[in-house]
Design a protein around this ligand. Structure first.
Ligand SMILES: [Zn+2]
Length: 385
């Protein structure tokens, strides 16, 4: 049944666990839950080098691949060519990156540095990638920034990713990891494919952004500002000293600079009646068919009633809250807008444009974030909430 070669048990195991526990609170490595929105029932791991498997109280070395399958809330199965183990938790390490795919062998793999921990949840498996912080920043920089970007832009994105990580270090504290790998935290798909990313991250190693009170900033970014960024209070309700609307010509003439969407007049009128209680007259029809926003603002005013552009964006699924309206001469209105995303903080397409024009990452960050400082991490201390 069990044909694994057990190299060492208790003494090494205690040492290994202590190493992990000590390192867990250090900033040098982070615990990231991967494939965090998926119900994982099985997965495969392979590597160019030997895979070291620490499963409950046993150590196993595996030369080929490992399959793990959920059994019940207390156990999962580890299968290799040599045999199987039924365990509660396991850790997988290798001298090379670990290639991991879910559920079906041969499907798309993601590659991870560091090591991977597996444990059981009520109805599935949980995977945590324990990884050096800067390697994680590289993965986020490419996943959030894109595969084929400018070197200087990757530096920008890396400083944002590092700042976000540290500001949200305790976001998943109750679940015993720092961040998940989805938009809820920061998108992370493992090792980056573009070598330029690692180079950019190494260049900005340890650099973070703080405000005038030396607090880590909200490292907000969006796809395109449409020519002007938004005040944070227009989007999130709270004023922030460094998240102020700035003029942003760098975001013009980019892929997401403009958008259009047809909306049925009746849908628009019904919406204004039911959500804002607008009472219609001939004048009001004329007004609501021709609302204009030449520069960003939080509300349109109709009959002394503020109509939230942010709420319209959400309710009509618009690309931005920076838009105007014109009638099309039939049953439709044309909503035509600028930018893509909430508009707060850094515009990614604007930053890409600035990078291509030869501006450096610090100039780019200072353009979008007002009165901030870019400083080395060692001068900053994370305090528990
Ligand atoms: Zn999360």
């Amino acid at each position: 049944m069990m044909r694994f070669k057990v190299f060492f048990l208790s003494i090494f195991w205690v040492f290994f666990l202590n190493t992990i526990l000590c390192a867990q609170d250090s900033l040098n490595q982070v615990n990231i839950r991967i494939h965090s929105t998926k119900k994982i029932h099985s997965f495969y791991i392979k590597s160019k080098s030997t895979i070291h498997v620490f499963a409950d109280s046993e150590y196993v070395s595996v030369l080929d691949s490992v399959q793990c399958s959920f059994i019940n809330p207390n156990k999962f199965k580890i299968s290799t060519l040599q045999g199987t183990l039924i365990v509660q938790q396991a850790q997988f390490k290798s001298d090379s990156a670990l290639a991991l795919c879910l559920n079906e062998f041969g499907k798309k793999y993601r590659f991870y540095d560091g090591y991977i921990k597996c444990s059981v949840l009520i109805d599935s498996l949980q995977l945590i990638n324990v990884i050096p912080m800067e390697s994680y920043i590289s993965g986020v920089t490419e996943a959030e920034g894109g595969r084929r970007c400018h070197y200087e832009f990757y530096k920008v994105q890396s400083v944002l990713a590092r700042t976000y990580l540290l500001r949200h270090w305790f976001k998943h504290k109750r679940q015993n990891f720092q961040l998940c790998d989805q938009e809820h935290c920061q998108v992370y798909h493992g090792k980056p494919r573009n070598g330029l990313v690692n180079k950019a991250v190494a260049y900005t190693q340890g650099q973070i952004i703080v405000d005038s009170s030396d607090q880590l900033i909200v490292a907000a970014f969006h796809s395109n500002s449409g020519g002007q960024t938004a005040n944070s209070e227009w989007v999130w309700g709270g004023k922030t000293s460094y998240l102020k609307a700035v003029s942003d010509s760098f975001s013009m003439h980019m892929p997401n600079s403009n958008w259009q969407k047809k909306i049925k007049k009746n849908d628009w009128y019904q919406y204004l009646k039911s959500v804002y209680g607008i009472v219609f007259s001939a004048d009001i029809y004329q007004i609501v068919n021709n609302l204009k926003m030449p520069t960003r603002q939080s509300d349109f005013i109709v009959n002394n009633t503020p109509i939230s552009s942010k709420r319209i964006r959400t309710d009509f699924k618009l690309k931005s809250a920076f838009f105007s309206i014109m009638p099309l001469g039939n049953d439709d209105l044309l909503f035509y807008g600028r930018g893509f995303g909430h508009g707060v903080g850094l515009s990614q397409e604007g930053a890409m444009c600035m990078a291509k024009q030869g501006l450096n990452y610090k100039t780019i960050l200072h353009h979008y974030f007002q009165n901030v400082k870019i400083m080395p991490l060692q001068h900053y201390h994370i305090t528990k909430p």
